[in-house]
Design a protein around this ligand. Structure first.
Ligand code: EPU
Length: 340
């Protein structure tokens, strides 16, 4: 076979947690044809994209396929919009910067989210009032069983909060090879309702923000609050923000008057809580256990200070889950995929 398979490769540079496990065999794929070829030869494989939403516990026996396809192209345009098709292996933030250079609006609130374009739909990445589902038109995939190219429309992806069909019903059945987005070319919709964005814009005396101003605000908030995976290994939010019943919430707010809470769309009987706040209240913020720790500015983010193992990070996550359950009666669900 002409595809270059490497042996005994450390996956440390390929996962944003910086966990040093090994792949017995590793291949970086640059074209969809090569991808089809490799999955027809290899029946059992492990896919890695941006590696930004996984915690690796052990060396990987299966061949590791790194999706490294590149390319962005404009496929359609009208007076106010542009449709852009992007290869799965493109880095998400570089794509956001490219959109800003071209004055394409829609993804500016999602600046600096780690990971790749192809993995963004899986967990429906979101930040500061925008989710990627708001701009996705279609998701291009290969069905693993048949190696057939299959396109999912936005509604077929069944997007939800940090959720999509690729995370549940169709988990492990498709490989995402590209995503198309519908972006604005003028009359941009500005999403600046989020408190932190508003205060940044006010500090900068910006009354009528453009998309670049919003992106700059997001970049500056994220840089202040969230660790850069290139410096300190992390996977962004480790847990999802939990949803509790109204009854449970009414009990909690009697004791914790300032508990941050948000409405749940289409569900008036539940409330969403801030996992970061719950963890912070339990005293974990800034705590360090060996090389595993809880970030000092955002308790929702677990970090690897250098040589933590996946197991050490996971043990810390369990410790946090137990404490939050004990104190608030709330079960925290992990957002990061645990790979054993
Ligand atoms: N809070 C604390 N202590 C903390 C962290 C948060 O008290 O250590 C409080 C904050 O003061 C605030 C509330 O908790 O009242 C919510 O915090 P924040 O605004 O930072 O947002 P979040 O709910 O913790 C979510 C996303 C982030 C996203 C931000 C901004 C999830 C799981 N996380 O965090 O996403 O950047 O909103 O939109 O939904 C990611 O998914 O990797 C990620 C970083």
């Amino acid at each position: 076979m002409r595809i270059n398979i490497k042996e005994n490769i450390s996956l440390k540079p390929y996962n944003s947690f910086g966990i040093d496990v090994k792949a017995g065999r590793f291949v970086s794929i640059k074209s969809i044809d090569d991808l089809k070829e490799i999955i027809s030869d290899e029946k059992d494989f492990f896919l890695i994209g941006g590696g930004s939403n996984m915690l690796l516990l052990n060396d990987i026996d299966r061949i590791v396929i790194h999706i490294n396809t590149k390319g962005k192209k404009i496929i359609k345009q009208d007076e106010n919009h542009v449709w852009v098709q992007v290869a799965a292996g493109e880095n998400w933030h570089e794509f956001v910067l490219w959109c800003l250079e071209n004055d394409f609006g829609g993804v500016e609130n999602l600046a600096l989210i780690p990971g790749n374009v192809g993995t963004a739909p899986i967990q429906n990445i979101g930040a500061y009032g925008v989710e990627v589902k708001d701009v996705i038109v279609e998701v291009y995939t290969i069905e693993i069983a048949t190696r057939k190219e299959t396109i999912f429309s936005n509604s077929e992806c069944k997007f939800g909060y940090r959720d999509s069909i690729f995370k549940n019903l169709q988990k492990g059945k498709y490989i995402i090879t590209g995503v198309s987005f519908k972006l604005t070319t003028n009359n941009h919709t500005i999403h600046d309702n989020y408190g932190a964005i508003q205060s940044k814009l006010t500090d900068r005396h910006i009354d009528v923000p453009c998309i670049a101003n919003v992106a700059d605000a997001v970049i500056s908030i994220r840089t202040e609050k969230l660790p850069d995976p290139k410096e300190i290994g992390n996977s962004g939010s480790f847990f999802k923000n939990p949803i509790v019943s109204e009854k449970h919430f009414n009990k909690l707010i009697q004791e914790y008057l300032n508990i941050p809470n948000y409405p749940v769309p289409n569900d008036t009987y539940s409330k969403k809580l801030a996992a970061g706040w719950l963890i912070d209240q339990c005293g974990f913020k800034g705590k360090r256990y060996g090389d595993a720790g809880v970030h000092k500015n955002q308790a929702l983010v677990l970090v690897n200070y250098g040589n933590a193992t996946g197991r050490e990070i996971l043990n810390l996550a369990y410790k946090i889950q137990n404490k939050v359950q004990e104190r608030f009666g709330v079960a925290l669900e992990m957002e990061v995929n645990i790979i054993s």
